[in-house]
Design a protein around this ligand. Structure first.
Ligand code: NGQ
Ligand code: ZN
Length: 451
């Protein structure tokens, strides 16, 4: 039986020494044995792989293009969205596959071992489906297969251009499906991944803006047994429009009209009242936080301290993929709370290590959101391991929870040494095995996309 040996490893019960991890033929952890006599180590400091619960892969290729201040000086989420819409008009399936492959390699090198791809770029630029209806989803799946990242594929149901069943316009035609077509796409996705146990298919109504109450209810009733993700309450304008259209705020509306539970992941949930925060925490649903993107887009600050204290589950996602870094996502989340509260060590119980708390919570919440057994180094979970370089200047001289505190608050992806996904050794010395080939394809794609 394949096995890996670590000098130090973070188990659910805490840090352990001289641990052998035994892996079954499918890539799951079969047994974990501490205090062994070990002659050669595969890594010095091992922690669980992190789930990246929210990605729009194609947006990786426009990172930077949204950083121009417009003439009207009213740059916002909505003007960024216009830039994004103009960018995506030029993308074809080959581009999307090359971008996703490069992105997933960067994710793995950073310590993410599975991704929730919130996939909505379905059709040709004029809205006509590709001959192969699931063409774009296949490209995403292929990118996950060639890079080795675990995938929770979330085909998106996007039917309307705004509240009140406004028709989709312009670039949105590439996203649009009625419920019947959406369900066909979801069936195609399920058929595509049938032989791949590391891929989960869920469903994602894009936002309350892009559906109607009836079509959402229909979709939710048809899509049982998998994760359900939805964007919610990210922008104040969206909250105001929701109040006007549906009579209440988005999170409250969902709590009233749907049975929110652990199968749901609410992406952003930035603008919530204290009452919504407490109810969402009690529901078991995951808050899908995307701290770097939320800062980049000027969304606002999540109610992280109250949500965490109320026992809420959260995970992290890289969303617009403007930066790919586990440590930076967690640090950005914590810093948003510190800046608001003018205080330190916020998302952490008293007496506990802040970096460790953030990492533990996001690993557990992310696993729940992706419906993948991961985020714990324990039997019955995928053997997803990240080993940190104890000689990196940020980590030297540290131990145990100080490794996590230091990685998250003073380090970055350069602290990541090796990564195993489903037991496969994919990153060695910080480099993904397919890094060069992918980077060349990606550069060619970026040249082809040059306006
Ligand atoms: C998205 N991204 O679907 O890519 C959205 C922008 C929208 C974020 N919300 C488009 N961060 O919300 O309509
Ligand atoms: Zn998103």
């Amino acid at each position: 039986m394949p096995r890996l040996n670590f000098a130090n490893i973070l188990l659910p019960e805490g840090w352990s020494r001289n641990v052998t991890v035994e892996i079954d033929a499918g890539g799951m952890i079969e047994d974990v044995k501490p205090d062994m006599t070990i002659s050669a180590f595969d890594g010095r400091v091992a922690v669980p792989g992190m789930a990246n619960l929210h990605s729009h892969a194609f947006q990786r290729a426009m990172a930077g293009f949204g950083e121009w201040r417009g003439a009207a000086s009213d740059d916002s989420f909505w003007t960024w969205r216009d830039v994004m819409y103009r960018f995506l008009e030029r993308l074809d399936p080959g581009h999307v596959q090359a971008i996703a492959s490069q992105l997933y390699i960067e994710m793995i090198e950073a310590g993410f071992t599975a991704v929730g791809e919130f996939h909505y770029l379905h059709h040709q630029p004029d809205g006509t489906p590709y001959d192969n209806f699931a063409e774009m989803a296949e490209r995403i799946f292929s990118a996950s297969q060639t890079t080795g990242i675990g995938l929770t594929l979330l085909p998106v149901y996007y039917d309307y251009g705004g509240f009140g069943a406004a028709p989709v316009g312009g670039a949105q035609k590439r996203f649009a499906n009625d419920p019947e077509r959406f369900l066909r796409l979801r069936d195609d996705c399920r058929a595509l991944v049938r032989d791949c146990p590391r891929t989960v298919v869920g469903a994602a109504p894009h936002s309350l803006r892009a559906v109607t109450p009836d079509s959402l209810a229909q979709m939710v009733s048809e899509c049982t047994g998998g994760p359900l993700h939805i964007h919610v309450a990210e922008q104040v304008r969206e909250v105001d429009e929701c109040r006007a259209a549906l009579g209440t705020t988005p999170v409250d509306w969902l709590l009233e009209h749907h049975q929110l539970d652990e199968s749901w992941c609410l992406i952003h949930a930035t603008h919530m009242t204290d009452h919504e925060t407490a109810r969402l925490a009690a529901s078991g649903a995951v808050a899908g936080l995307c701290p770097i993107t939320e800062a980049n887009l000027g969304d606002g600050i999540f109610n992280g301290v109250s949500f965490h204290e109320a026992g809420g589950h959260f995970g992290i996602g890289s969303d617009s993929n403007v930066r790919i870094d586990v440590a930076e996502e967690l640090r950005s989340l914590e810093y948003s709370q510190r800046l608001r509260d003018r205080a330190r060590n916020r998302i952490s119980a008293s007496g506990s290590a802040n970096g460790r708390s953030l990492h533990d919570a996001a690993a557990r919440g992310g696993a729940r959101a992706l419906a993948q057994p991961m985020g714990r180094i324990a039997p019955g979970h995928w053997c997803d391991l990240v080993s940190l370089n104890e000689n990196h200047p940020s980590l030297a001289g540290k131990s145990n929870d100080d490794w996590l505190n230091s990685w998250i608050f003073s380090g970055d992806k350069n602290c990541v040494d090796d990564v195993w996904i489903s037991g496969r050794h994919i990153v060695r010395g910080g480099q993904h095995v397919a890094r060069e080939a992918s980077a060349n394809e990606f550069r060619k794609t970026m040249d082809a996309l040059r306006a």
